[in-house]
Design a protein around this ligand. Structure first.
Ligand SMILES: *Cc1c(COP(=O)(O)O)cnc(C)c1O
Length: 411
């Protein structure tokens, strides 16, 4: 049973009581691979005296990722963002000006377009998957379309078949931002082998923690070669630069961490799954808050890394108030991709398509505490707190209103 013990609204940390947690519970993965595993890989760095530039560990890492994603090529890089930029630069149709991408997504995705001098054209997402689909992309296609960046949402892979078919019919290059779908499968086939290529991140907050890092997977040998050159300044031999490149190499110490994280991956997914199922069990009888469920079909892999909930009308509090009172309890809950990109100020031109579903989803989704530092008991505490809040809704609302007036008086 939970040790959670708030008896009255005055016990809430926001109103001066003791917080539910002694230390901050974040929504970030923060998984740490075994220290010994990491240090063992590090020995190779000293043995081979190779620190960066396609060293032994980077090559091992790429090989392991080819197996995980069942693809022919993997290009390890310094991070996810530069991987997206390199890939978009490589695949975009020359002479065209727009790239189609969702708005309800990773907060810096539109910058990728800006770096390759394309205008982001934001499209809507499906209500059910919260991801883009053939239906939401199609109205945004025009004579200027240079490429499509499809993004898998945090819980569900997007409409891979529909989008791939559309891209083929219209002859538009398609790439995937698959950062949130690293471990997932689609009809039994691992994410990683769809479209022209797919991009992943191994930042410390992601499923595979490699401090910082990223990689691109593809079955296209020419594209793989081009990306491999692009990540090392475009050097084709010692002194010759064959193309415009950047420095996006992955170093050996980051590869060592990422390899240790890969060794722990299956065990991590088991831990994530337990946490997720705990949330599912505890929220199943609570109609005010819905867990956004992972599609757990037979034979499909899911990583269960992030916990997303929907605050229903019955919840009765705005998301902003909810964040405020939960932060006070040391639950660092976060809004789901807020604000969407079409509502953000950008220093470059953007085009916004229909946003009917995005507008419906943008204000009521939130990430719950999860990851390596959240135990099943912590999940119980978090869920009980939400139920406590709901059980005392009218009093809390009243006190929040008064608090608002007080804030205004002070200002
Ligand atoms: C984190 C993230 C990225 C960027 O990865 P970095 O390695 O941090 O640059 C891109 N897309 C999505 C969906 C992400 O979550």
């Amino acid at each position: 049973m939970t040790r959670f013990a708030k008896k009255s609204v005055s016990d809430m940390a926001f109103f001066g009581g003791q917080p539910v947690f002694d230390e901050i519970k974040s929504t970030s993965n923060l998984v740490r691979p075994s220290e010994d595993g990491f240090l063992n890989y590090c020995k190779t760095i000293f043995e081979t005296r190779r620190i960066s530039n396609n060293g032994d560990l980077v090559q091992q890492f790429e090989k392991r990722l080819c197996e995980l994603h069942n693809v022919e090529h993997c290009i390890a890089t310094s991070n996810g963002l530069w991987s997206l930029i390199m890939l978009l630069k490589a695949i975009k149709l020359k002479g065209k000006t727009e790239v189609i991408m969702p708005s309800l997504t990773y907060r810096r995705l539109a910058d990728v377009a800006a770096w390759v001098k394309l205008t982001p054209h934001f499209c809507d997402v499906e209500l059910k998957t919260m991801a883009i689909s053939r239906e939401t992309i199609e109205p945004c296609i025009n004579d200027n379309t240079a490429a499509i960046v499809a993004v898998h949402s945090i819980v569900t892979p997007c409409d891979i078949d529909g989008i791939s078919q559309l891209a083929k019919e219209k002859n538009i290059p398609l790439m995937f931002d698959s950062v949130e779908a690293v471990y997932a499968t689609h009809k039994g086939k691992p994410i990683g082998g769809f479209g022209e290529a797919e991009v992943f991140s191994t930042h410390a907050s992601k499923l595979i923690n490699g401090f910082e890092g990223g990689y691109i997977t593809t079955n296209n040998s020419e594209l793989a070669e081009e990306l491999g050159l692009m990540r090392k300044f475009g050097f084709i031999d010692v002194d010759t630069v064959g193309m415009l490149g950047i420095n996006a190499k992955l170093n050996e110490i980051h590869a060592a961490m990422a390899l240790a994280a890969l060794d722990d991956l299956e065990a991590q997914v088991e831990r994530n799954k337990k946490r997720y199922h705990k949330y599912k069990e505890l929220l199943s009888d609570f109609s005010a808050v819905d867990l956004v469920e992972f599609a757990e079909e037979e034979g499909e892999r899911r990583a269960f890394k992030v916990i997303v909930v929907r605050l229903n009308e019955a919840w009765g509090l705005s998301r902003e108030d909810t964040l405020k009172i939960m932060h006070a309890e040391k639950m660092l809950v976060r809004p789901y991709y807020a604000p969407p990109l079409h509502m953000k100020k950008a220093g470059y031109k953007t085009i916004t398509g229909d946003m009917t579903n995005t507008d419906q989803l943008k204000d009521n989704h939130m990430l719950m505490p999860c990851g390596a530092f959240v135990s099943e008991e912590d999940v119980e505490k978090a869920a009980s707190f939400m139920k406590f809040v709901h059980g005392n809704l009218s009093e809390i609302k009243q006190r929040l209103d008064n608090d608002g007036k007080y804030e205004k008086r002070r200002a």
